[in-house]
Design a protein around this ligand. Structure first.
Ligand code: CP
Length: 298
């Protein structure tokens, strides 16, 4: 039976562990991956810009033997008024095996999933969920520390507009991690569910095993209420602040990065940084996800 990947809120701990185990499998078979998706066809439907997610889905699918077709919104019949539902039903009728969707509208992939049979993958929707980024981050944490359980993760920055943060707030407590959030008050959600702690940034940085910085998403709001330089000084991971990190603590960021805003440019490739490891793991994790949605948990 096939699955859709809608959000981390819907996944059980066992399902997350299964996906992490299969990511490890694909890492071990990176040089000659079994062609388990030969003759399958995947559609990439991205209604918002992407580099990492779109390319890594395409690379993941091709490494497993699948064909990939990339949808171009400006050249599609959506410009003639066709709805997303009718677009996906059209792809389903053509026989696509999975549809990867990024869209600005909260909850749209969840709504579509109840209306179509083709497996859907949420590649980032609105400000609510980015489960594939969350899974690759969990894999990166477990690869580095040997576990996610018991790890303290500080998620810092523009949490209000971050679908990555929302997926992590749903997943990390489920996996036994301790979660701290930090950032300007007006960029924090007014309500978070679960055992989430709020700390000022200096304490959050000093306490965490994983310092996860988030991009300031200025495309989603207009009034930052302080200058970008002030934001960097007060809420960014500066070189000075990074010196407060515990021995063995690591820096993560889902990307794309605003150098000198949420993180000093010099820290992106420093010894503590797992940022490029996250990108590499994105391909492996998406191999596990494509396998899971198309073939099920066999
Ligand atoms: N992290 C992430 O989703 O990056 P892209 O927008 O480049 O896909």
């Amino acid at each position: 039976m096939s699955n859709s990947l809608l959000g981390m809120a819907e996944l059980t701990r066992d399902q997350i562990n299964h996906l992490l185990e299969r990511t490890r499998f694909w890492q071990e078979h990176w040089q000659a991956p079994p062609q388990v998706l030969a003759n399958r066809t995947i559609a990439n439907l991205f209604f918002e810009p992407s580099t990492r997610t779109r390319f890594s889905f395409e690379m993941a699918a091709k490494r497993m033997g699948a064909h990939v077709l990339n949808f171009m919104e400006s050249a599609s019949s959506t410009t003639k008024g066709e709805s997303l539902y009718d677009t996906v039903k059209t792809l389903e009728a053509m026989g696509f095996d999975a549809v990867v969707i990024r869209h600005k509208e909260n909850g749209i992939v969840h709504s579509l999933a109840s209306l179509v049979d083709v497996p859907l993958i949420n590649a980032g929707t609105g400000t609510t969920e980015h489960p594939t980024q969350c899974l690759l981050d969990l894999y990166t944490i477990s690869q580095h520390f040997g576990t996610v359980k018991g790890i303290t993760v500080a998620i810092i920055g523009d949490i209000l507009h971050s679908r990555v943060a929302m997926s992590h707030l749903a997943a990390l407590p489920k996996m036994g991690a301790r979660v701290i959030i930090s950032g300007p008050r007006h960029l924090l959600p007014t309500e978070v569910l679960g055992p989430i702690e709020f700390w000022p940034i200096d304490q959050a940085v000093a306490e965490a095993d994983v310092v996860m910085m988030l991009r300031l998403q200025l495309e989603r709001f207009s009034d930052l209420a302080l200058s970008v330089d002030q934001y960097h000084r007060d809420y960014g991971l500066t070189e000075k602040r990074a010196k407060m990190m515990r021995p063995g603590a690591v820096i993560m960021h889902p990307g794309p990065v605003n150098r000198g805003v949420e993180i000093a440019g010099s820290l992106i490739e420093c010894e503590r940084s797992l940022i490029n490891r996250q990108v590499a793991n994105g391909v492996l994790t998406r191999m596990a996800i494509l396998e899971w949605v198309i073939q099920g948990e066999s």
